[in-house]
Design a protein around this ligand. Sequence first.
Ligand code: F6R
Length: 614
Amino acid sequence: MCGIVGYVGPRSSMDVLVAGLARLEYRGYDSAGVAVVSENDGLVSQKRAGKLAVLRDDVDAHPLASGGTGIAHTRWATHGAPTDANAHPHLADGGKLALIHNGIIENFHELREELIASGEQFLSETDSEVAAILLAHAFRETGDLTTAMQQVVKRLEGAFTLLVVHADKPGVVVGARRNSPLVIGVGEGENFLGSDVAAFVAFTHKALSLGQDQIVTLTESAIDVITFDGEEVHPPEFTVDWDASAADKGGWSSFMAKEISEEPEAVANTIRGRLSSEGQVVIPELEALDVGRIDRVIFIACGTAAYAAMLGAYAMEKWSGIPVTVELSHEFRYREPVVGPGTLVVSVSQSGETMDTLMAVRFANDAGAQTLAICNTQGATIPRESTATVYTHAGPEVAVASTKAFLSQAVAVYLLGLYLGQHRKVVSAEVAASIAKDLHALPEQIQEMVETGPRIKELAGWMADTRSVLYLGRHVGYPVALEGALKLKELAYIHAEGFAAGELKHGPIALIEPGQIVFVIVPSPRDPSSLHSKVVSNIQEIRARGARVIAIAEKGDAAVLPYADEVITIPPASPFMEPLLAVVPLHIFGMELAGAKGLDIDQPRNLAKSVTVE
Ligand code: F6R
């Protein structure tokens, strides 16, 4: 959740650290801080509650140091309110040691009591400060930061990435990780650390991903990695395949607006090189799986990623003939499901770091299942720990609310479904070719939906005072309804619910009163399953009770027109492609309504992009 940056090298470390924090601010934005160590000035630090701009103004007005080695942090509060005192870094050893932390130290209470009993004083309410004080003790005993870190991590329970610097060790940053991300950026005569590659991609594209329970000692010229037990490790190297400019706003009013505009390209990138026009799916990464053995697929994911999985699962089950279910990661793990080598457990995660999903993947691995990660972020933990990984290649997603990732995740699941169907020989060449045609046509059709922006903005404008919005969909329209509602909740702080339209009469219809706004995702009138007429009946039922209906329906759908107050049209598409078009105006609507209410679109309250706590 928190953003972490570390730097050793000849540049102005303040510039590198603040630039890194700016790119990581989506991870946490309730306070920020830096600490820099140099031969001349010793350790200097500053931390401030509020967004990064508050800290930046402060260090611009009162510069800390120009050179040196540094660490920096943006916080997403867990223990203690977002105040200056609770912001990181936490200092110890008379202000000579500075520590930043991401994660939760679960046994902090007993450690804190122990340290207080030994005469230590705490300046914050955080769990992190115990690690700073323990490190100061261990450093005093050993005189070595790496050995001190090795001793301290053995006392900590929970999830943590820790970075530490000490005034007596200029030119050294020591980091450690357990259940929380840390990536190393490899430069020429300089090295970097970050919670993800965004922290340093402006300076280097060469990266190493630190494994579970490992410690890194970073200097200008060396990167030494050991396990918590002291064994030497050589982490795998990878190249970051996107440019720093991809994580800039590039003239857009918000990252979210930019990322919605990138939805067509994200989908094209997920498909690129993986699907011939005849419908042959080629994904070499899947060769690590024992596909012949798979008799069941379980998707695990959270939030938007779970809705993308739900959507993809409809197609996968149909095309592959394999039973497919979707579960929220945090529910899956705790119900102790029966899984084995015939079960393919597919995690879907943009960040690849979501703790709930990571823990579910570990559970599946331990239970002997095959695990596949559908992920957008290179160097992330979930791919590292899975049997195989399919990257979505959607490019960096910075806005906290997920948009282009949703589309690329669903499309990746479609490709996987088609791959399994072909492997099991249950998809005919003709059907595969027709699916391929539909998928290749998608980016252009999604672009058409992106262009509904001005119309949706108008709609959002007159709804800024709305207190509740409902979303209805059936079959593949159902996850779209859930996704539309989630976007509205998180961005516009408006009560919103997504329902399966067939469920309406089983309770939710009691919510319908005059003026209630209801979005309805209408399947094509050409849909062979006859769902269209059922959904049109649902629209009539809610209209009869005074609801204002905004239908998302196929161009020329005459049956909807008489009953809807507004119709947003989608181009004709096959049933599995329609939801990927219908969701785009809902993404835009959430963003525009937040804009109409004057809210922060990219950084909604209480949320963080990468949810690395359970
Ligand atoms: C909603 C949203 C979240 C994420 C969820 C999973 O807009 O962004 O619901 O989808 O936290 O995140 P990842 O995909 O990183 O595992």
